[in-house]
Write a protein that binds this ligand. Structure first.
Ligand code: ZN
Length: 290
């Protein structure tokens, strides 16, 4: 049985058809808009999968009783009933938080499969952490390391989506990089442009990225102090694409932790990780009535 899956992120929406062997046979990626339910309906048409009886959606926010209660990366602060919105499609609908879906995927099909304990750290529009202990996914509101306050100097205090100032994500998530760009470069560059300039040797961009690396060392140090894990696995567009620029060396992380520093690597599932997780959830028939 094939399954139609969606991954709604802060920047992109991805739709894919998985065949019964967990292989993606068709995929569509578009820039996401706030009214992503209409986008799903359009992509559903474009994917034109007649054989899928299930649709599974990974969403960028908390899910409660089958409702997406809010989606901060899209500026949505009200609940959305996706099952109701997509009722016309006539399919069984599954919904899961994107990070939870990704942890499922990593635990079953990534290198996380070989670990008893690991962190899955996403660095993209947001910064979030999934945690697996003794092969069990820790549910609930754990792993909010992105909202650890790393900066207290006035000049680098940017307001975070959570309302506080100086959170890790307000410095190193997508908007965080924009905050630093405004402060240190001031040319209204996108995060991708900042990283490109840093790579080609631009002094100001290099200094910005160096600062990001140091905040990340601090953030990772806090995670490692909290729990010693076998591995830290990185996902998210910035984490995957800019890994070599933003992930600090072990010696730098050492400045912020007294525990053993685990291996830090990119997920082998790439940017399909949330899609794979949502496939697993629908395949196993979980979360249907949540
Ligand atoms: Zn915050």
């Amino acid at each position: 049985m094939s399954i139609e899956c969606y991954d709604i992120g802060g920047t992109w929406i991805r739709g894919a058809i998985f065949n019964e062997n967990r292989k993606i046979v068709k995929k569509i990626k578009k820039e996401v808009v706030k009214d992503f339910c209409s986008q799903i309906k359009q992509i559903h048409k474009d994917l034109s999968s007649k054989s899928s009886s299930k649709i599974s959606i990974a969403v960028p926010g908390p899910v409660s009783n089958g409702l997406l209660t809010k989606a901060p990366p899209l500026g949505i602060d009200y609940p959305i009933d996706l099952k109701k919105e997509l009722k016309d499609l006539g399919k069984e609908i599954y919904i899961e938080n994107d990070l939870n879906a990704a942890v499922e995927a990593e635990l079953n099909f990534g290198t996380g499969k070989y670990c008893n304990n690991f962190y899955l750290l996403t660095i993209s529009t947001g910064i979030g952490v999934g945690l697996v202990l003794n092969k069990n996914i820790i549910q609930g509101t754990s792993g909010e390391f992105g909202h650890n306050v790393l900066e207290r100097r006035n000049e680098f205090l940017f307001k975070c989506g959570c309302g506080n100032y100086g959170c890790w994500v307000s410095l190193c998530g997508g908007n965080g990089i924009k905050n630093l760009e405004n402060k240190l470069i001031g040319k209204n560059l996108s995060p991708a442009e900042v990283f490109e300039r840093a790579k080609s040797g631009d002094k100001k961009a290099k200094d910005l990225v160096k600062r990001v690396r140091d905040y990340n060392a601090q953030g990772l140090g806090i995670m490692i102090n909290a729990i010693e894990v076998d591995k830290i696995i990185i996902m998210g567009s910035i984490g995957l694409e800019q890994f070599s620029q933003i992930i600090p060396k072990y010696s730098q992380i050492r400045n912020y932790t007294i525990n053993k520093i685990p291996k830090i690597e990119r997920t082998s599932l790439g940017d399909d990780i949330c899609l794979i997780g949502s496939y697993l959830i629908a395949k196993d028939g979980r979360n249907k009535d949540l």
